[in-house]
Design a protein around this ligand. Structure first.
Ligand SMILES: Nc1nc(=O)c2c([nH]1)NC[C@@H]1CN(c3ccc(C(=O)N[C@@H](CCC(=O)O)C(=O)O)cc3)CN21
Ligand SMILES: O=c1ccn([C@H]2C[C@H](O)[C@@H](COP(=O)(O)O)O2)c(=O)[nH]1
Length: 307
């Protein structure tokens, strides 16, 4: 039987948990993993893959997506909006550098209160937003040396390309800027996006090199779908399919309670997304523009994030 929608995710979660290979990992937590998986979500009926077998904080996800689209790389604007998902990495760096046993709440309070502190300690490096909107670019001098040129806006170029040349097979953007990876708090996980226009519909593929199925996936798949919807709205297209390709698909060993509980639950209909208005461009959306209806999830399941 071919699984659709959220059932595919639950199936993957179960297969990874039951049959995944045990692997040590960078964080020291331990994972079970399968390599090379694909899931497909039909967006053409207006629904979005926002999981129903646990509550997903979709407003945080949209705020993160808007933060990427704004080209941001500092946690301060997220923290100011009550989004905590990126705090642990700068917090860990600060604790190691200062030796202070500062709590997460205190750290976030300082980030909000003190702009200089935020500039020094809230920075994630040239992560997603920077590469999406300001990929560094160089121009050759006559003597063969290079000088910095204006950065390249991959997202603006993508929208332009989708409008001007829908049949192109080159509608791609990526955060994987190899020489800058070691300056990033974390190299991109949802790293490459490609789009396809046919019969007036926009489809997309997300290639994710590394996926925390418990905590990362629910945000990643929803944001990838929302981005297709935004691009489609901007380009006068209808939504098509979202294909998700996961390379290292893992479940952290300390997420057993999440897996067990979530697999016990039955899926409910996926919610739909509508837009309250048509913003002028891809970079002018606000949270209020996203109207989610029919979201009736099972309760949230808390799980620790591996840092
Ligand atoms: N191990 C790991 N997993 C990830 O998913 C992940 C990283 N690291 N590092 C970078 C980003 C940050 N992202 C995160 C980080 C934390 C949550 C998280 O804790 N989510 C909880 C609570 C959300 C909230 O409080 O708003 C959840 O239940 O969804 C989700 C995504 C995705 N990424
Ligand atoms: O959007 C994201 C960001 C991160 N993750 C997960 C995947 C891994 O568990 C970690 C990153 O660790 P690496 O050692 O760099 O692979 O974060 C995610 O699922 N989604």
């Amino acid at each position: 039987m071919t699984l659709t929608g959220e059932a595919q995710y639950l199936d993957l979660l179960q297969r990874v948990w039951r049959t995944g290979v045990a692997r040590g990992d960078r964080t020291g937590t331990g994972t079970r993993a399968l390599f090379g998986e694909m899931l497909k979500f039909d967006l053409s009926d207006g629904t979005v893959p926002l999981l129903t077998t646990k509550r997903v904080f979709w407003k945080s996800a949209i705020r993160e997506l808007i933060w990427f689209l704004n080209g941001e790389s500092n946690i301060r604007p997220l923290v100011e909006q009550g989004v905590h998902i990126w705090t642990d990495w700068p917090l860990d760096a600060y604790r190691k550098a200062s030796g202070e046993a500062i709590s997460r709440d205190e750290f976030e309070a300082r980030i909000m209160a003190d702009a200089d502190f935020a500039a020094r300690w809230g920075e994630l490096g040239p992560v997603y937003g920077v590469q999406w909107r300001r990929w560094p670019r160089f121009a050759a001098n006559e003597d063969g040396s290079y000088r910095a040129d204006t950065p390249f806006d991959q997202l603006a170029a993508l929208v332009d390309g989708l409008k001007r040349n829908p049949n192109s097979r080159r509608h791609i953007f990526t955060g994987w800027n190899v020489p800058y990876l070691d300056q990033m708090a974390l190299p991109p996980c949802h790293m490459t996006y490609q789009y396809f226009v046919a019969d007036g519909r926009l489809s997309g593929i997300l290639y994710q090199r590394s996926c925390d199925l418990g905590l990362g996936f629910p945000f990643n798949i929803f944001e990838a779908a929302v981005l297709i919807r935004m691009l489609a709205q901007q380009c006068g297209l209808e939504p098509g399919m979202l294909t998700w390709m996961g390379a290292d698909c893992h479940v952290y060993e300390n997420h057993e309670h999440l897996v067990t509980e979530q697999l016990r639950r039955s899926t409910r209909p996926l919610p739909r997304l509508d837009f309250a208005r048509q913003p002028a461009d891809l970079f002018s959306y606000a949270l209020e523009d996203f109207v989610i209806t029919g979201y009736d999830p099972h309760p949230h399941i808390a799980a620790p994030v591996a840092v």
